[in-house]
Ligand binder design. Structure first.
Ligand SMILES: NC(=O)c1ccc[n+]([C@@H]2O[C@H](COP(=O)([O-])OP(=O)(O)OC[C@H]3O[C@@H](n4cnc5c(N)ncnc54)[C@H](O)[C@@H]3O)[C@@H](O)[C@H]2O)c1
Ligand SMILES: O=C(O)C(=O)C[C@@H](O)[C@H](O)[C@H](O)COP(=O)(O)O
Ligand SMILES: [Zn+2]
Length: 363
């Protein structure tokens, strides 16, 4: 079992990574001081409900005298909506949650972001615990960004609300479809590219082992990627500065993801965005020309898409990117590569340069 610490001021917490973690959820809650006197709410989705992981959590809670309701949302990004949030608030009310209740988010990034948003706002905020079940969730479960989407814009309604703990059961990843493993790999590659050249090289040598969900490789991948995320978030919880580097590949990625109406997963969209951002970095003279192909080959090796879908119009992409949360005054902000493991946050990126990259990368 590996433990990493997220050192956010006022509410530090641990990430516990290892096998058979979900079956010990109740014990972890006891260690965290969670009361048995209040009712708790497990939020999960329709796919995770079918995997058997939910029963591990419920048995463990029941055994230790915890009471809870289970709220199941339809699997998929469309559930990150205000309408679904309204239903979850009603479920929390019906369950009789009080201020000492805890929301347990059992699932991938969709469930984590959604349940975290419910926890951040119900009764002006109750505690929550992340129980991530996807590879991608090594990123989403850590750092306290919780949100739902507007119909055409990602994560627009949300909060910073840190979990009490992240309890990451590596066994849960064994039921994950390969497309979702690849999708999660995109964010791990991102962590290497922005902060750790050695991690990037390590991942590239182990893509097949990761896709086979080999225990040791997966535990090390999660621990190293979570450590990077934890370090960045600990340095800048509210994204006043350095935290924006975690958005590498997301300026274009979020635009692709929402304009394609979630036909591409988050990781696939970020993969496309990272390739375009690397190209833009070269175009603006920020890094050596070969870095663009290094990133493109890495994304392709992970079995992720590299090209911007041809049907998307450049002007629609630009309009979406002007509304990105990093943008100010209608100008574009990108996280750009200066080397492998190094990035800069670049404001007021010329739109013509972005148009050229989009033209080169489409199709
Ligand atoms: N808050 C953050 O910092 C942050 C960071 C990265 C991504 N995100 C968000 O995370 C979301 C993407 O997360 P995701 O890729 O985990 O997507 P997801 O939650 O939709 O999970 C992917 C798919 O796998 C299924 N699934 C989950 N766990 C499973 C398991 N163990 N076995 C079988 N199937 C399982 C889900 O039902 C879903 O169909 C996006 O909404 C993205 O914006 C947030
Ligand atoms: O934690 C962060 O900060 C990130 O940017 C991580 C991203 O991978 C993640 O997709 C996040 O939800 C994006 O945040 P947003 O502020 O651009 O919506
Ligand atoms: Zn992301």
């Amino acid at each position: 079992m590996v433990r990493e610490r997220v050192d956010v001021a006022g509410h530090p917490y641990e990430i516990v990574i290892g096998p058979a973690v979900l079956a010990r959820t109740g014990t972890f809650l006891q260690e965290l001081g969670v009361t048995c006197s209040s009712k708790h709410l497990i939020v999960t989705d329709t796919n995770v409900e079918r995997t058997g992981h939910l029963e591990k959590v419920t048995s463990s809670l029941t055994e230790l005298g915890y009471t809870y309701d289970v709220h199941v949302i339809p699997a998929g990004e469309e559930s990150k909506s205000l309408a679904r949030a309204g239903e979850a608030f009603e479920a929390a009310y019906r369950a009789g949650l009080d201020r000492r209740s805890v929301v347990l988010a059992l699932g991938g990034g969709v469930v984590g972001d959604f349940a975290g948003f419910i926890a951040a706002t119900y009764m002006r905020g109750v505690d929550f615990v992340q129980l991530p079940t996807t590879l991608l969730a090594h990123d989403s479960a850590v750092g306290g960004k919780v949100a739902v989407n507007l119909p055409h814009a990602k994560n627009m309604i949300g909060a910073f609300h840190q979990p009490l703990a992240v309890l990451y059961d590596t066994d849960a990843l064994k039921t994950l479809p390969v497309r979702e493993l690849r999708s999660g790999l995109a964010e791990a590659i991102k962590h290497g590219l922005i902060r750790d050249a050695e991690l990037f090289a390590w991942i590239m040598e182990r893509v097949e082992a990761i896709l086979r969900v080999e225990d040791d490789v997966m535990s090390e991948l999660l621990a190293r990627s979570c450590r990077i995320k934890a370090e960045v978030v600990s340095a800048d919880e509210r994204e006043n500065g350095v935290r924006a580097i975690l958005n590498f590949g997301h300026t274009l990625g979020h635009a692709v993801e929402s304009l394609m109406e979630y036909e591409y997963t988050h990781g696939e969209s970020v993969a496309i965005g990272m390739v375009a951002a690397a190209d833009l970095s070269v175009q603006l003279g920020l890094c050596a020309p070969e870095l663009s192909s290094v990133v493109e080959q890495a994304v392709a090796k992970a079995g992720l898409p590299t090209r911007i879908p041809a049907q998307l119009s450049t002007e629609d992409l630009l309009a979406a990117m002007r509304q990105d949360k990093k943008a100010t005054g209608g100008t574009l902000t990108f996280v750009l590569l200066t080397g492998i493991g190094r990035v800069d946050i670049v404001k007021q990126v010329p739109e013509d340069a972005v148009r050229e990259v989009i033209a080169r990368r489409k199709g």
